[in-house]
Design a protein around this ligand. Structure first.
Ligand code: ZN
Ligand code: CU
Length: 486
């Protein structure tokens, strides 16, 4: 047997399955893990001492908006610095591909209009783009339902006609054939709000033959969260596809505690259909400036404002006082822009995080000027703050939620588990020190305790810095353990 390229010695291996950590060495040959165990007699071209550290499968960020960032910032520092090795892009109904919108577009697509070379007309072109100019991390793409609407409709503020639904189906079918892993919807957002349940189910149905996955930013996460959950479960059943509830939460001061009802409902669905969820570990959310959200939040921070670029990072209440406007009028005056809304109950956050089926997704918005700290902090925050410091779950369970569990749910073959023969997507971290540093005031501080990160056998992050290597690959539906005709 050829001697391995790398041997990581003396670490505690947490393999991503949820099994207890064990003392073991890990050998990497090419892009794969070639041995795990006591490798005392073996010699590697490079030897790494991981004494006192954990060696785990690289994390999978199942909910991102990194579609374009993979090209504009291929080192992917916000994610690589957290130990993330694979991202799922195209969430909340918005994907960079297929780009076929002739007319008006809104956030976030309006931000993507300035680089013609990055407006990919097909999913195939997007995935080939990731091959031609690779990023540091692997990526799988979802097709956004709102992106499909922009491509098929002259006016998105009404339900789609039968022929428009037909056009969206053809477009989605093409994307799935080219390797997109599924579809996302964002029925909460203006470009999709007018869509009926039946429209989304009809479009999603074309993925069933190849078992594409359906991820949902549901229509309402506040007063009507239960109805909105019913709606996407219905879409999953009617279309015959697996559902992922995105960034599950109960929003708004008057809905504190509501996850005591939503989680049992989700469990009930799980008895009848394939349905799961992801979440980010913070009690504040972030999206565009939406004036109707101001009254359900304790506090709002402006993350960017087109008319007032100078106010990023500032408190809306303060700004409103300065502008001599009420909160809602101030928000209107600052839009279009982005904001952070303190509108969740910490107990709800911990309840969802404690739910054994909850995957972790950052939902970070990488082009934001003053982003929500989830962009740089999500994964270390779960491992450090929640698992270690608050004792919400064992470290092995936390690692499982961000590696083995999402790999199984999304069908990422040979990823998400640390074992002989799997891809060498790995993270070495210090379980005693790992923690998020990004805060609402200083949101782009890299996490502490991540020692080294490998993607497909190559180092992408080492001692607090991007290595400059770009070994990431697109993960196509055909390469997954989904993608077969059922
Ligand atoms: Zn969303
Ligand atoms: Cu999102």
């Amino acid at each position: 047997m050829a001697s391995p390229d790398i041997i990581i010695r003396n670490g505690t291996v947490i393999d991503g399955t949820g099994a207890a950590g064990v003392r073991a060495d890990v050998a990497v040959t090419g892009d794969r893990i070639s041995a795990v165990g006591d490798l005392g007699a073996m010699g590697g071209a490079e030897e790494i001492d991981a004494q006192g550290q954990v060696v785990a499968p690289g994390f999978i960020d199942v909910h991102t908006h990194d579609d374009r960032y993979l090209f504009t910032h291929p080192e992917m520092a916000p994610k690589a610095s957290q130990g993330v090795t694979t991202v799922v892009v195209g969430n909340c109904g918005f994907s960079l591909a297929p780009w076929r919108n002739a007319g008006e577009t809104q956030f976030p697509m309006s931000l993507w209009r300035d680089r013609e070379d990055l407006m990919f007309e097909t999913a195939g072109a997007y995935l080939e783009g990731l091959e031609r100019t690779p990023a540091a991390l692997n990526a799988a793409m979802l097709v956004g339902h709102s992106s499909l609407r922009y491509g098929a409709m002259d006016d998105v503020h009404r339900p789609a006609t039968d022929s428009e639904i037909g056009a969206m189906q053809d477009s989605l079918r093409g994307c799935i054939d080219e390797g997109a892993i599924g579809m996302s919807s964002g029925l909460f957002y203006p470009p999709a709000q007018a869509a009926k349940t039946e429209e989304v189910a009809a479009v999603a149905e074309v993925m069933a033959a190849k078992d594409g996955i359906y991820t949902a930013h549901i229509r309402d996460e506040a007063e009507h969260v239960m109805d909105a959950l019913e709606e996407v479960a219905q879409i999953g059943r009617d279309a015959g596809v697996q559902v992922v509830i995105s960034h599950h939460k109960a929003s708004g001061l008057s809905n504190f505690g509501k996850t005591k009802q939503t989680l049992p409902l989700i469990e009930k669905f799980q008895e009848q259909q394939r349905l799961t969820l992801d979440m980010y570990p913070y009690h504040a959310s972030s999206t565009m400036i939406l004036p109707h959200l101001v009254h359900r939040s304790r506090k709002i921070i402006i993350t960017w404002s087109q008319p007032r670029p100078d106010v990023r990072g500032r408190d809306l209440a303060e700004l409103a006082a300065e502008m001599e406007l009420d909160l809602e009028a101030a928000a209107k005056a600052l839009a279009p822009g982005g904001a952070i809304y303190f509108q969740m109950d910490e107990e709800d956050v911990q309840r969802v995080l404690s739910y054994p089926g909850a995957m972790i997704g950052s939902d970070g918005i990488p082009d934001d000027q003053h982003p929500h700290p989830r962009l740089w902090g999500t994964f270390p925050r779960v491992l450090g703050h929640y698992a270690r410091d608050l004792g919400l779950m064992p470290l092995e369970a936390a690692v499982h939620r961000m590696s083995g569990l999402p790999a199984a749910q999304f069908g990422f073959k040979d990823r998400g588990e640390l074992r002989d023969g799997a891809f060498a997507d790995l993270v070495i971290f210090n379980p005693k020190t790992i923690s998020d540093s990004a805060t609402f005031d200083a949101p782009t501080e890299p996490a502490i305790g991540i020692d080294r990160v490998f993607v497909n056998g190559q180092t992408v992050w080492n001692q607090g810095r991007a290595s400059g290597e770009r070994p990431g690959r697109p993960i196509r539906l055909g390469d997954t353990s989904r993608g077969g005709y059922m």
